[in-house]
Design a protein around this ligand. Structure first.
Ligand code: NAD
Length: 459
């Protein structure tokens, strides 16, 4: 693992703060150039980035492109197209009491932003928040995940070659380096990862009253009833679950299915798995691997019969960090696999009586990052919308909602705090400053100054 020496960390942060203080990042032209440079970084190094992601996660280059590089490039293109409009001052109507006057707001950059990324989409989850931070005119310190070591080291090499070193710096490393980083003062901390570290980040941020965005995880449920084509439903679920070998923050974590479809759905997903990855997914180039032994051991423990009947999958290889795409059926809500975010290629299917039971189950747990519903019944869709809370709710589309740049992406409760993408990212990394301008004459304010003799306005 590459690590930035601790002695350099405070100095690096001070260096980009200096860049910010000198006004390097504020001009619109600078922001545009940085976004264009970031786009060139991704475009020029597509093969190298895909190779690094492959070395870390065995992601097929096509999957790496569509789920990481293309998303970053789309975010950049969308931002470049709209940035000027988003940055326009927002005029508000002044109240009668202060007329004549002009009132409006301007977005000003916060200062130095720290972005801490996880290992599962090591390019997308580092660069997409960077788009917002740079577009909003901030200096940026980025910390890739040490666990995706190949990608971390490649990004640490590339970023200084493309982006302005006066205002953008990469810090590499794990817990000691991040701890040292978190002791510094930032103007925003944007963290993606698990809730335990989220709490550490928020505690550190509190020392400096630094605002935070926490993009966390948790169990994202799927509900399926008997109103839709089960093969099409199975394909959507299987893709969302097994892309990146299940290591996706918004992956369907488990399925709640009504009794008339539950078993058919399990078998339909098994057929889709075979269609996507062949009879032996281990030999498929299209199927990824678990990131490391620690995750492998945690996930393999879920393969016992106490977690349900195995409909497909269950095979593992520790040397290869391989866990077959696995579908479990008849899982009990009390089973170990239902207690924590799975974050791997294991899909339990729990039978529920109806939508009402599914809703009450979902409400009994933490608020999910995403909730996916497959039902044609209007009252069912409406009930999920009204009676559940989650970062996102989709009908018929797991995972891909995050590719819609104008939709804020983020969690609620245990699944996170704040959101980003598109215009929302600019708001995250900006302060909306209120501005009022009132001429000194006519001096309407004289009406409210003391002395308060009779007949004077009280507004
Ligand atoms: P991780 O282990 O790579 O950790 C994330 C970052 O936190 C890394 O940069 C790491 O160096 C840093 N870190 C780890 N321990 C630390 C400590 N003690 N102090 C300070 N910093 C520390 O990734 P992870 O947390 O295992 O990621 C998986 C989790 O992230 C899952 O829960 C997943 O759902 C969630 N996730 C959420 C999103 C989202 O957009 N909401 C996206 C991806 C992953």
């Amino acid at each position: 693992m590459n690590a930035t020496p601790n002695t350099d960390i405070a100095q690096q942060v001070a260096h980009v703060r200096d860049g910010f203080d000198q006004g390097v990042t504020k001009p619109y032209a600078w922001r545009r150039e940085q976004l264009q440079a970031l786009d060139r970084l991704v475009a020029d190094n597509e093969a190298a980035l895909c190779a690094a992601i492959h070395a870390d996660l065995r992601k097929h280059p096509h999957e790496a492109y569509t789920t990481e590089l293309a998303i970053v490039r789309a975010e950049i293109a969308h931002t470049l197209k709209h940035l000027k409009g988003w940055l326009k001052p927002r005029t508000v109507k002044p109240s009668l009491a202060v007329l004549p006057a002009r009132a409006y707001t301007v977005l000003e950059p916060l200062g130095v932003a720290l972005i801490i990324a996880p290992w599962n989409y090591p390019v997308q989850l580092l660069l997409a928040p960077m788009v917002g931070a740079l577009a909003a005119g901030n200096a940026v310190v980025v910390k890739p995940s040490e666990i995706a070591a190949h990608t971390s080291s490649l990004l640490a090499d590339l970023i200084p070659k493309y982006l302005d070193p006066r205002a953008v710096v990469v810090v590499e490393g794990g817990v000691p380096e991040t701890t040292e980083l978190l002791e510094q003062r930032f103007d925003h901390i944007f963290y993606t990862g698990n809730g335990t570290v989220g709490r550490i980040v928020m505690t550190a941020a509190a020392q400096h009253l630094t605002p935070v965005t926490l993009e966390l995880g948790g169990k994202s449920p799927v509900f399926v009833d008997d109103t839709q084509d089960i093969d099409l439903v199975a394909a959507r679920i299987a893709w969302g679950k097994f892309v990146n070998a299940g290591q996706t923050c918004v992956a369907p974590d488990y399925v709640l299915a009504t009794p008339s479809v539950a078993r058919d759905l399990a078998h339909a997903i098994a057929r889709v798995v075979e269609r996507m990855y062949g009879p032996d997914p281990k030999s498929s180039q299209d199927y990824g691997r678990v990131i490391n032994e620690r995750q492998f051991d945690r996930l393999s423990a879920y393969l016992g019969s106490e977690n349900g009947e195995t409909i497909t999958g269950g095979q593992v290889s520790r040397e290869d960090l391989y866990i077959a795409p696995t579908v479990l059926f008849g899982t009990s809500p009390d089973a170990p696999v239902m207690q924590e975010e799975i974050f791997g290629p294991i899909l339990p299917i729990v039978t529920v009586r109806d939508a009402a039971e599914a809703i009450s189950y979902v409400r009994g747990g933490d608020k999910p990052l995403a909730l996916y519903v497959f039902s044609d019944r209007r009252e069912v869709r409406r009930a999920f919308l009204r009676d559940t809370s989650s970062g996102a709710l989709t009908f018929g589309l797991p995972v891909a909602h995050l590719a819609i740049p104008d939709l804020p992406f983020g969690g609620v409760g245990e699944s996170g705090m704040g959101s980003y993408h598109g215009k929302r990212s600019i708001e995250v990394f900006s302060h909306e400053k209120s501005v009022v301008s009132k001429p000194l004459t006519p001096d309407t304010m004289a009406l409210i100054y003391p002395p308060f003799e009779e007949g004077k306005s009280t507004i």
